[in-house]
Ligand binder design. Sequence first.
Ligand code: MSP
Length: 510
Amino acid sequence: MKKSVMITTPAYYVNARPHIGHAYTTIACDTWARYQRLTGNDVFFLTGTDEHGDKIVKAAAEQGKSVEEYCDEIAGEFKSVWQSLGISCDDMIRTTEVRHKKVVTEILQKIYDAGDIYAGEYTGKYCFGCERYLTDKELNGKGECEVHLKVPEVISEKNYFFKMQKYLPIWKEMLLKNSSLVQPEGYYKEVLGTIDELVKNGEDLSISRPKKRLKWGIEIPFDKDYVTYVWFDALINYVSAAGYGASSFGVRWSGAHHMIAKDILKPHGVYWPTMLLAAQIPMYKRLIVHGYWLGFQDQKMSKSLGNAKDPLELSAWLGNDALRFFLMREMNFGGDARFSEEIMVNRLNANLANDLGNLVQRTLSMLKKYECGPAPSAKLHQSGDTIHAALKTLKKDYHQRFESFEFHNAIESVFVLIRLLNKIVDEYKPWQLAKENLPECVSLLNTLLRAIVIVLLYLRPVLPEKTADLLSLLKVKSDEEFPDTLTAVHFAEAKLDTWPMLFQRIEIKE
Ligand code: MSP
């Protein structure tokens, strides 16, 4: 039955241009969204930008731009990068949009009216240089701000607090009943640990900032002197984009999946669920967490370390599909992964140029050279039995792995079939059959072609451009469901003249 599924990327801060870390999450969501569409589900794929808060004000000031102008510029850049990477998102929300501000205001008022927001004293370590409170992690060994090398002052001021403590035990109960709410398992456990820690320290969540210090935010509806804390604002993007308040919201939200990296596990695994409970919005379906791409010396790739790769530069070199393939296949979803040119070149040459590229190239060349097809009426070859057994395994593994966000394993399940097909070519030697037994050669090459079509159809979510090119050449509909038998494949009788080279071998540049 057709299901409604929603998949979201984080709303990225506009204080940095999109780098390969952002591209990874967006491409992973895109791959999953494409997979879901191909299984016949109704998909809503959301991405967006997080534009309020002092980080953004600072970044704009550093560039001598007004904050509005700066946000427009970087949000526009995210949009154009996603477009050129072929991202199939259905919506891209900006937290500065009216539709979002309206929902934030509504939700704040609702929680306030229910008595779950109260005014209190906030005490924290304030750095006047940074103009914000610092966390202990942001201090150096001497307890100083790492940027201004001054010990921050402990100050107290009025702020609004959300009664997060009231909802932590309820959320914990829900998690204990359903461990699939946060995945993979390591992060599920981490969330449970964080809840226990927060319950122990007993603090609620400060959700406001005084306007005298920060104007760039959404005004608190019940106190004009305050704006909303940026996380409380940003998390709500997911429901504002899903149409909170509209009749379509319920169905859309019922299939909500959030994808993030582990850096923002606490806001998504703890703050957001308690906010949803307080606002009486149904819980998200799953929070899916991945690790970091590590650059030089195994440090997390990030703007601040200056070690992050530019996705457009990489796609200009490799093409969109090869870049997607590398990112999706190389990282064991959940863990960290190293990024280097050498690792990338080795992966792409081994899997795309060798395994897949060779299979397609030699099968099509022989079909052409021996004038064997494509001939849909050709008899299935005896190797079809082995291929069918492999297809059973592929079908089971592929869907199960995609459903559980194991991209690397889902892709690998297709490559098991690809390697088997290459073995069949080596074993039956069509170049010899062409001389000794042409009917068998015809049946072998066309059986292989059927299997190649299946391979291409299963690789559509990760290689959307290349598979579409080749499938259209073979006159196979590219929105077909995933076939599980060789005879379920339909291609046209044709004479192949030329076809696009799938993937060339690449050389290390550095
Ligand atoms: N604005 C917040 C999110 C608010 S969501 C309601 C934010 N933005 S961010 O621009 O810093 O994006 C963080 C996200 O970018 C990570 O969770 C991850 O999706 C992606 N990544 C950034 N660097 C990354 C790596 N080096 N490796 C993997 N993912 C990376 O946090």
